[in-house]
Unconditional design. Structure first.
Length: 65
C-alpha cells in the first residue's frame, strides 16, 4: 500500500501459486507475490498520475515507461 503526500492511497495485489510438480519453497512464492504486488502498485500509480496530468492538460495523457 502506498499513500501519497496528498493522502491518496493505492494498493497493489500480487499472487503466486506453486505448480504441484515443483518443490515447496515458501520464500520463492512470497518473493513472486511481492514482485507482482509491486508491479501492480506501479501500474496503478502511473494511471493515477496520467489521470492527474490529463485533468490539468484537458486532454488524454499516456505515460510511457
Amino acid at each position: 500500500m502506498l499513500t501519497t503526500s496528498s493522502g491518496t492511497s493505492l494498493e497493489g495485489h500480487g499472487r503466486a501459486r506453486r505448480n504441484p510438480d515443483d518443490p515447496q519453497v515458501r520464500e520463492i512464492g512470497e518473493e513472486l507475490a511481492a514482485a507482482r504486488a509491486l508491479r501492480d502498485l506501479a501500474d496503478r500509480l502511473l494511471r493515477a498520475t496520467s489521470d492527474d496530468i490529463a485533468q490539468i492538460e484537458h486532454r488524454p495523457v499516456r505515460l510511457h515507461l
